[in-house]
Structures are given as structure tokens and as C-alpha cells.
Design a protein around this ligand. Structure first.
Ligand SMILES: [Zn+2]
Ligand SMILES: [Zn+2]
Length: 123
């Protein structure tokens, strides 16, 4: 049975591949009703309430300053200097991303800063 998957703006914490979510079909839909979240490259992942079972969201790095990370789409980085700076803080270039990565990683402080800015613009 064929299954369909949705491409998400989240990156695999194991290999950096895009995370996909099972939308329909396949033998993998669980009795609990949670969809499968899986890396499209390395295949890691499982049924979960969210992509953080396999992506960078909520990941903490040990050593030095403890940062919690969050995935973010990079497509607006060229017109959003705050997003571009936040990506750069994690070593991600928006210009490189134009041709390669469509999703990057932010640290939690920058993620919150962006969220506040976007809330302000929406008012
Ligand atoms: Zn992967
Ligand atoms: Zn994520």
C-alpha cells in the first residue's frame, strides 16, 4: 500500500536530512493515532506527537553554554536580517541556503527573539 509523506521544515538531528511526516497509507500508522515522523535521508524516527522525536527542536548541546535548538525555514533570510543573523549564529549562511538548505537551525534565544518580532509585525 502506497503512503504519502509531507516534507516538514525540520532537520534530522542525526544527519541533517529533511524530516517528513506520514500523511496517508502504509503499514505504519499506529493504533494510538500518532503519525510517523521520519528522516527522509537516514530513516530514523517513529510515531510521535511531533517532529522533535527526530529533529533539532528541543535538542540541548552539552559543553559551554547550554543551547536549546529549533528548526526554522531559511527562505525568508535574505529579506529578514534578524532571521539571517539567527541562522548565522548557528553557522548557517542564508546565501548558501538559497541553493542548498531550505531549513536551518536556530538557538532558543534567537527563536524566541524572532517569535516576538513576528508577533509585533502581525499586530
Ligand atoms: Zn537523518
Ligand atoms: Zn524541528
Amino acid at each position: 500500500m502506497a503512503s504519502t509523506w509531507e516534507l516538514l521544515d525540520h532537520l534530522c538531528r542525526h544527519c541533517g536530512g529533511r524530516v517528513v511526516k506520514q500523511v496517508t497509507g502504509g503499514p505504519h500508522i499506529t493504533a494510538g493515532g500518532n503519525p510517523i515522523y521520519m528522516c527522509s535521508l537516514c530513516g530514523q524516527g517513529k510515531a510521535s506527537m511531533g517532529p522533535d522525536v527526530v529533529c533539532w527542536c528541543g535538542m540541548t548541546m552539552r559543553g559551554g553554554e547550554p543551547h536549546i535548538y529549533a528548526c526554522a525555514a531559511t527562505k525568508d533570510a535574505e529579506t529578514d536580517p534578524v532571521l539571517a543573523e539567527a541562522l548565522a549564529n548557528c553557522g548557517i549562511s542564508p546565501y548558501q541556503n538559497k541553493y542548498r538548505l531550505q531549513v536551518g537551525v536556530l538557538n532558543s534565544a534567537d527563536y524566541r527573539r524572532l517569535a516576538r518580532k513576528r508577533e509585533g509585525l502581525d499586530e
